[in-house]
Design a protein around this ligand. Sequence first.
Ligand SMILES: [Zn+2]
Ligand SMILES: [Zn+2]
Length: 354
Amino acid sequence: MSATKNVLSKAPVSLATYRAAVVHEFGAPLVVDEVPKLALERGQIRVRVEATGLCHTDIHAAHGDWPVKPSPPFVPGHEGVGIVEELGAGVTEVALGERVAMPWLGYACGTCDYCVSGWETLCLEQKNMGYSIDGGLGEYATAFARYVVRVPDGIDPFDAAPLTCAGVTTYKAVKVAGTRPSDLVAVFGVGGLGHLAIQYAAIAGGRVVAIDLVDEKLELARELGAEFVVNAAKDDPVAAIQELGGADQAIALAVAPKAFEQAYGSLRRGGTLVFVALPAENTIHVPIFETVLNGITLVGSIVGTRTELREVFELHAAGKTRVIRETRPLSEINEAIADVERGRVPARIVFDPR
Ligand SMILES: [Zn+2]
Ligand SMILES: [Zn+2]
């Protein structure tokens, strides 16, 4: 798949360039560089980016934290939203001038068992925006038309950006959790993902308990529909949630193995723990005996499909969700990363690349 090479690894075909935040070396600060605009390949589109959210995955990508690493230089970003400005050969899925979102699943084969059974997010041939395909943290991005999702009229692009990963990922996690009315849902971590998970769990009929280390985030959680909150820096969330009867489902969104273990401990018998966050430290301890006797389900959930992103946009257009975000210029990318790592961001940072 030559089409999915990183933009900087190929010779430019024209003198046109655009500004993007580039990872040149794992762990080093990103550099806002001029990068070449390459000719589109079959099935690709060029999008003028209006807004891009910063996801923790982008930070892990820039640090090379995970077993499967991107190859620098590359442009992170998988919450890019913008206007289609150029169509490659054979594109029929979108038209010029339409607003689209460019999610993590940037390309899949379309024919394997996973792709044809509604699990395209598990396709082994997949390419990911901001990881194996240059992403949305720039003035422009190139995407495969088949894997972008149209943003309905009336949705602010700065709201659409966080919904493109944080939204669809937590929406899917609640679906995977199987939340039903009156279930107690424990949401561990109230950030870019957690603030949306609370809302989707409530939409599904769940009663939500939110867990975080920062009081301001817990206040936000209450505003967004959490019935109970626990500050895990002050109180033991396992004891607090067991006192409520135990969680029917727990959704692990905090990037710390300890939070996963607490989420496990907070479950009631028959409960389900959904793994979503991807801490750099890759292991947790799970007791076998209690898992068997208590009939516990452990399940991993990775982003969501194009259909699920459409559903996320539909809910937002209907006024059912609120996106908490702050806008920053792309030149502040490194400060933004530092702020996210120190937990100083209320929910999502969204960049204005212009
Ligand atoms: Zn993400
Ligand atoms: Zn496939």
